[in-house]
Design a protein. Structure first.
Ligand SMILES: C[S@@+](CC[C@H](N)C(=O)[O-])C[C@H]1O[C@@H](n2cnc3c(N)ncnc32)[C@H](O)[C@@H]1O
Length: 114
C-alpha cells in the first residue's frame, strides 16, 4: 500500500485560478459594481471619499503617475484618472481588467490596466 501524497503547505499557487474562476469572478465583479455592496470592495460613496482622501494625502495633481496593485475593475483607478492622474492598474483577474479597460476607453481616461 502506498502512502497518500500530502502536499507541502504553500507548494501550489492558486491565485490566478481562484480569481479567474468563472463563477467567482462573475460574482466578484457584480459585487464590485453594486454601489451599495461592501463585499468585494467598499460602497461607491465610500470609494468616492477614499479617492478624494488619497488625492489630498498624497497631494496628487493632474499628470502624476500612480500604480494601483490589485486594482480589480478599476473603481479607485478610474476615479483618480478622472482627475487627470495617470494610472496603471495591475490585477490577476481577466474579467476585472476587461471591465476596467472598457471604462477607461469609453471615458478616454489616462489609465492602463495590465
Ligand atoms: C477584493 S478585490 C479589491 C479590488 C480593488 N482594490 C478594490 O478595492 O476595489 C482584490 C483584487 O486583488 C486581485 N488579486 C489578488 N491577488 C492578486 C495577485 N497576486 N496579483 C494581482 N492581483 C491580485 C484580485 O483579482 C481582485 O481583483
Amino acid at each position: 500500500m502506498t502512502t497518500p501524497h500530502r502536499p507541502k503547505p504553500f507548494c501550489t499557487f492558486t491565485t490566478p485560478a481562484m480569481w479567474n474562476d468563472p463563477h467567482i469572478s462573475a460574482h466578484m465583479l457584480a459585487n464590485h459594481l453594486d454601489p451599495d455592496s461592501s463585499l468585494a470592495s467598499r460602497s461607491h460613496s465610500f470609494i468616492d471619499q477614499s479617492a478624494e482622501w488619497i488625492i489630498s494625502l498624497l497631494r496628487l495633481c493632474s499628470g502624476d503617475h500612480v500604480l494601483d496593485l490589485g486594482c480589480g475593475p478599476g473603481l479607485y483607478a478610474c476615479r483618480l484618472a478622472r482627475k487627470g492622474i495617470s494610472m496603471t492598474g495591475i490585477d490577476v483577474s481577466a474579467r476585472s481588467l476587461d471591465h476596467a479597460r472598457a471604462v477607461a476607453v469609453r471615458e478616454g481616461l489616462p489609465a492602463t490596466f495590465v
